[in-house]
Design a protein around this ligand. Structure first.
Ligand SMILES: Nc1ncnc2c1ncn2[C@@H]1O[C@H](COP(=O)(O)OP(=O)(O)OP(=O)(O)O)[C@@H](O)[C@H]1O
Length: 720
């Protein structure tokens, strides 16, 4: 780096450069402020505009609000880099793009996502991409405090550029994850900008930046495909609310807000589910075999009467016998309609048979079908049946209207019903909470059951009309299952887009989150190794265009229903068409801690390479064995010591440890200091090795291990 001031009046080249950069960046801020003032004026004008139609006004207000939002995110760290090309051209790189309108829209600052900004992330000493220098600008607020240069184009050039990365990964953690636009690494940039419209799987060990890369990819896609993305938005699915909270600021800090964050337990609007099933139940509910159970459970509610069901009319009485119900049931099932909608067919057939029977009985001996009176008697019977309470009761018993919740609750609490569908293991007590594994089942049932339509009085009175037409005409060809999902959802997508343009003034995220039939333009799935086959079905329904960024690490899988291979989950939907990329450098955990975690990984997942840490801190993990009676004091000691340090800390322990959170609750999170309590106990739980691996890889600086029982072999400090 340059020299300091060496004498009266003599200023070093470095200081001269710094001064010039400060002046340049100050100019950019002035430009930003001017643009912001202009956007604010336009926004206010649009709000008060009475000359245009409300719709036009709404569009303009939204456009200006969006522009203001774009400009507001750049208040700090507006410009963080400079690229000098071989031909002398200088490009400044920043969080947003700024242009000089007076000079033919010459770029003053390049948005980090613009193609011309790319070499800032990818040029290397060996592959300089026609660049000769990369400069990282360091700032505090609006002030440039310094810079580091990296010389490109000569293989043993200066690699001081790493300083910015190391400063970023070493910095104490605060509230939530930060964006990394200033220090995106080349292997990450290649994934962020990957031109693959379908499913992309990003796999890497803990701390390799999978989450942060996926979020920057979303920001990139929103930038390059703004229009398409803005209409339908992006869904980000994460493992728990704490995690969603942790990552929730990254996209807004990049100016993006058309994003819905949800756990798999939130995917059905109206439900917020967090309870979990025992592993074997979760595995059963998560596998596709549960689809047969659901279909059988619905079929089981489509009954035949054990005894003929007597319907007393004014003049005669008629019966719904098993043969009639069976005919009606077959017709209804053959209609291919969802259960609740097929009920109309069932009603029509039963109504038709009863009408014919009653009319024949009334007319027996004095009327034939050819007589005119036959028709009018038939009409009277039909009208009487339409109002008949007893018939309604019979239909409700034989083909009841069902909601997903009702069907599933009735099933889970009835040993007979469960036995009938071969799912005795699912028995539970009445009133028990839904679990996260129930959500995809309930979602599936929304489609299998269809809407419950309370018939209006008018529909009700002529329910028997047109029986023959229905029997003859309404034959729905069943599409195969996947096509069925696709066609239906595409329809919803365009409907919803229309709705968005025309009336709804809620913002996109709000509308999307509240609408079960919303279809997203893109879906990010984090900790994707935990998702079951049934979870994937829900997500595929939410994104019929199959545009996914899937982030995970099979070695961290905890759920028994989760992915053993990516192909097993994805090939069904995008056979052979999903792309796979790996991240290999750990930006979170220092080498000293990672060594411990790598030992465990080698033991439980031989063949999986642990990611290499980007730095070492010289701080080894510490171990302390205490008596059970000393445990809480030792934990308190850690907590109070850490409260005096900058950054964040956490105590992780087996379920039930006072003052500690479980490894699962820390999935995807990170802390400056971690105290791990009773690792042997964690290891002994189901999928304990994966849990322990997660716990060991949460610290960015310090790890302490506190135990009363002997340490598991893999964690024993090696004898020197
Ligand atoms: N290029 C980078 N510059 C600065 N920080 C980075 C960079 N890449 C990753 N990081 C930081 O490394 C940490 C780990 O990233 P992230 O949480 O995305 O990893 P992960 O692979 O999702 O981990 P896990 O599997 O454990 O959840 C974060 O603090 C992130 O900001």
């Amino acid at each position: 780096m340059g020299e300091s001031i060496t004498g009266e009046g003599h200023v070093s080249e470095h200081d001269e450069e710094l001064r010039s950069e400060r002046a340049h960046v100050a100019g950019l801020y002035a430009r930003l402020d001017a643009e912001r003032a202009r956007a604010e004026t336009r926004y206010q004008r649009a709000l008060g505009d009475t000359a245009t139609s409300p719709m036009e006004r709404d569009v303009e207000v939204r456009a200006q609000a969006r522009e203001l939002q774009r400009l507001n995110v750049a208040d700090h760290g507006l410009c963080f880099g400079r690229l000098d090309a071989d031909d002398g051209e200088r490009r400044y790189i920043g969080r947003i793009g700024l242009f000089d309108e007076a000079d033919d829209h010459r770029p003053l600052l390049l948005d980090w996502r613009a193609p011309a900004a790319r070499p800032f992330y990818t040029a290397t000493a060996a592959h300089p991409e026609s660049m000769r220098r990369r400069r990282q600008l360091h700032s505090r607020g609006r002030e440039i405090t310094g810079f580091t240069d990296e010389v490109l184009g000569c293989p043993d050039g200066d690699t001081a550029g790493d300083a910015a990365l190391l400063a970023a990964v070493n910095a104490p953690r605060g509230e939530g994850m930060r964006d990394i636009v200033a220090t995106i690494q080349a292997e990450q940039d290649r994934i962020i900008r990957l031109d693959h419209p379908g499913v992309l799987v990003i796999e890497g060990g803990p701390g390799t930046g999978k989450t942060v890369v996926a979020l920057h990819r979303v920001a990139y896609l929103l930038y390059t495909q703004r229009e398409r993305m803005e209409r339908s938005g992006v869904l980000v699915v994460g493992p728990n609310p704490q995690f969603l909270n942790h990552i929730g600021r990254v996209l807004p800090s990049l100016g993006e807000s058309d994003v819905v964050f949800a756990t798999t337990g939130d995917l059905l609007p109206g439900l917020r589910v967090t309870a979990e099933d025992a592993p074997e139940i979760a595995e059963f509910k998560g596998s596709l075999t549960i689809l047969d159970v659901l279909r059988a459970a619905i079929a089981d509610r489509q009954r035949l009467p054990e005894q003929p069901w007597e319907i007393e009319l004014e003049d005669v009485s008629v019966r719904i016998d098993a043969a009639t119900a069976e005919w009606a049931r077959e017709e209804a099932r053959d209609s291919g309609l969802p259960h609740n909608e097929a009920r109309a067919v069932f009603v029509d057939v039963v109504g038709y048979v009863l009408t014919e029977r009653a009319t024949a009985r009334i007319g027996r001996g004095w009327l034939t079908r050819e007589d005119e009176a036959w028709g009018s008697i038939r009409e009277e019977v039909r009208a009487e049946l339409a109002e008949h309470r007893g018939l309604r009761e019979a239909i409700d018993a034989l083909w009841p209207e069902l909601t997903p919740q009702q069907l599933l609750a009735d099933l889970y609490t009835s040993p007979e019903r469960l036995r009938a569908v071969g799912a005795e293991a699912l028995l539970r007590d009445e009133g028990e909470a839904w679990t996260v594994s129930d959500v995809p089942l309930l979602d599936e049932l929304v489609d299998l059951l269809g809407e419950v339509k309370t018939p209006s009085a008018e529909e009700d009175s002529d329910y028997a009309a047109g029986v023959l037409e229905i029997l003859q005409v309404e034959r729905h060809d069943l599409m195969d299952d996947e096509d069925h999902l696709l066609a239906q959802d595409l329809l919803d997508a365009s409907d919803l887009a229309e709705r968005f343009v025309e009336h709804d003034t809620r913002d996109l995220a709000e509308r999307a989150a509240a609408d079960r039939d919303w279809t997203y333009r893109h879906v990010v799935v984090d900790e994707a190794q935990e998702l079951s086959e049934m979870d994937w079905r829900v997500l595929m329904r939410r994104c019929p265009s199959r545009s996914f960024t899937v982030v995970g690490d099979l070695a961290q899988r905890r759920s028994a229903a989760g992915a053993r291979t990516w192909a097993a989950m994805l090939d069904r939907y995008v056979p052979g068409r999903w792309a796979y990329r790996e991240l290999t450098v750990n930006y979170r955990t220092p080498a000293e801690i990672m060594e411990l975690a790598a030992g465990l990984l080698a033991e439980f997942a031989p063949g999986v390479a642990a990611p290499a840490s980007v730095r070492s801190t010289g701080v080894e993990p510490w171990f302390r064995q205490v008596d059970a009676s000393e445990m809480s004091c030792a934990v308190e000691e850690f907590t109070s010591e850490e409260s005096g340090c900058e950054g964040t800390s956490v105590v992780i322990g087996p379920p039930g440890t006072p003052g500690a959170v479980t490894p699962t609750d820390t999935k995807g999170l990170e802390f400056d200091a971690v105290l791990l309590v009773e690792p042997a106990e964690i290891l002994a739980t189901p999928r304990g090795a994966a849990d322990l691996y997660v716990a060991l890889t949460r610290a960015t600086q310090r790890l302490g291990i506190l135990h009363t029982t002997p340490l598991p072999d893999v964690l024993r400090p090696r004898e020197e």
